[in-house]
Design a binder for this molecule. Sequence first.
Ligand SMILES: [Zn+2]
Ligand SMILES: [Zn+2]
Length: 238
Amino acid sequence: MQQALSLLHPWRCVVCQQRSDQPRDLCRACADELPLLQQQCQRCAEPLAVMAALCGRCQQKLPSFDQVFAIWLYAQPVQGMLTAFKYQRQQVAGRVLAETAGAHIADAIAAGDLALPQALVPVPLHRWRLLRRGFNQSHLIARDLQRCLQRRDMQLNLRPSLLARIRRTRPQAGLDLAARRRNLRAAFSVHGEVPAHVCLIDDVMTSGSTVEACARLLKRAGCQRVDVWVLARASRID
Ligand SMILES: [Zn+2]
Ligand SMILES: [Zn+2]
């Protein structure tokens, strides 16, 4: 049956493009190449060169969010897969990453290393950017993560409209940290009842300014704990 199916629908790895008779969009060899984030700040998941509990910035001032869980470093092939997902509409690349991440997250929750939040909240796009792109990548990732967790009997809500982006901001890429913070001032608003424990979902975290702005706002609105789950963590620029 499997072989008959694979003749009708030959599976192809999204990274190396090799055909496979296994029902997989990512071959085993490429899956093993994904750069897992190893040594990191316990609070913001900043990649660290030496073992330490907190990065220099978190030691100076703790962020508003409580814990960041990032699966991979923002490096190849994850970087290329996320670019294909966001800018070339290759939704399979995003789905493969989200489902693989979902398995890691479910394992971490089952092991007691990660708390199960009440709701997943995708970092919103401004409606103009949403119109241009046609989808919010964070929303699709959050939906896939929710499905992965539900398959493991971990129930949580998806709240894509809890946060809205009310001010159109310049793209964060290429801005230094101070400019990123200025850029995000008053960019978001909260709508509806705020759960006590939410988790923000985004594809990539770099400076952390976006999730910091969202977390600060959610806490001001009564949220007690804000975690952040991202697929990839880039080193910040400072
Ligand atoms: Zn491959
Ligand atoms: Zn940190």
